[in-house]
Design a protein around this ligand. Structure first.
Ligand SMILES: Cc1cc2nc3c(=O)[nH]c(=O)nc-3n(C[C@H](O)[C@H](O)[C@H](O)COP(=O)(O)OP(=O)(O)OC[C@H]3O[C@@H](n4cnc5c(N)ncnc54)[C@H](O)[C@@H]3O)c2cc1C
Ligand code: SF4
Ligand code: SF4
Length: 289
């Protein structure tokens, strides 16, 4: 099927037109391959702007549409819906960002105008390869895997769990807490780090929605969005976790160097040094070397 593209270039008041010569861009793009119509408009997202697109889709039988305007985050959906309401599949629409990526970040009018032409030309090339897609709804596994049990992972786990979803929190060290567990006070408020962190660590351990896998690492990830399969390697602790009450006697008395720890920090670039369990007992947890 012959590709017929409509290109619509937005002024966004002076947001775009203040820096880019929109008329010159339109004239240049109107001769690009497969472009059937190129128009410019003060505000493409306005009702008259959208009506222009719908009218051209119907009258000129466009099968691809490009809007050169703001970020897709702002209005991609708007224009996808515009296309759909005129009978064009939403995935045959492409947005070219000549505002955030061009007019807002340049002062030189000539250079910005040339860049806008290049951005829209790239969209013209791309849109020809786009295909009609249908949206399907499939069941997904809503459980979340979080890798890393520092303060960020802990907080994320607690919030997701509070929303009712299951969380798998994988931490490669024997305990969660991350860097924050090493500090006395936190800048800038000089709050006690442990006072903030430890209640959260306890909540993680007690929350029925959170499956904590400490001393574990991701071995393999397969699958796709909503249907991932993850293999987690759990390292041996050499104790019965169900019976252990955390009294710490084995930690203090065990002569074996079994569990490597990363608990010593140096200030030169904050390099973490790996030290043995036996050695770390004699060291300061946080050393100023
Ligand atoms: C010396 C120092 C002083 C600081 N002082 C302050 C301060 O005063 N105030 C302040 O606001 N911030 C401070 N920060 C910054 C603050 O500590 C960090 O921004 C914060 O702790 C980062 O939290 P996080 O959870 O993102 O990462 P981390 O605390 O680093 O946690 C990451 C966790 O992920 C685990 N992990 C990593 N890779 C894997 C993997 N592949 N599989 C499984 N687990 C993995 C790690 O073992 C770790 O437990 C300081 C940082 C440093 C280094
Ligand atoms: S489509 Fe985007 S760039 Fe154009 S007027 Fe609306 S907000 Fe501004
Ligand atoms: S000695 Fe204490 S900390 Fe060590 S395994 Fe036994 S119960 Fe757990």
């Amino acid at each position: 099927m012959k590709i017929s593209i409509g290109v619509y270039i937005c002024h966004c008041g002076s947001n775009i037109a203040g820096t880019i010569d929109v008329r010159q861009v339109r004239e240049s793009i109107s001769t690009a391959p497969n472009v059937v119509v190129a128009r410019d408009c003060q505000f493409m997202c306005s009702d008259p702007g959208q009506a222009l697109i719908k009218q051209d889709i119907r009258e000129k039988e466009l099968n691809r549409v490009i809007v050169a305007a703001c970020s897709p985050l702002m209005h991609e959906r708007t224009f996808q819906q515009t296309c759909e309401s005129a009978g064009l599949n939403r995935y045959l629409f492409q947005m070219a960002n000549i505002r955030e990526h061009c007019s807002w970040v340049h002062e030189d009018r000539v250079a910005a105008t040339n860049k806008a032409k290049a951005i829209i030309n790239a969209a013209v090339r791309r849109v020809g390869y786009q295909q009609q897609l249908e949206t399907k709804t499939i069941p997904i596994n809503p459980a979340t895997l979080i890798v890393g049990g520092g303060i960020a992972g802990i907080q994320a786990a607690l919030e997701i769990a509070a929303s009712g979803s299951e969380v798998y929190l994988v931490e490669r060290e024997p305990t969660i807490g991350g860097k924050m567990a090493l500090f006395d006070k936190t800048f800038p408020t000089l709050d006690c780090a442990a006072c903030i962190l430890t209640p959260k660590m306890v909540n993680v351990g007690q929350n029925p929605n959170i499956h904590l896998m400490s001393y574990s690492e991701i071995a393999d990830v397969s699958g796709s969005l909503g249907n991932f399969k993850v293999n987690v390697t759990r390292k041996p602790r050499f104790i019965d976790e169900d019976k252990c009450n955390g009294c710490g006697i084995c930690y203090n008395r065990c002569p074996a160097v079994r569990i490597p720890r990363k608990r010593a920090l140096t200030l030169d670039g904050q390099v973490l040094r790996e030290v043995s369990l036996a050695a770390s007992r004699k060291e300061e947890v946080y050393s100023h070397e």
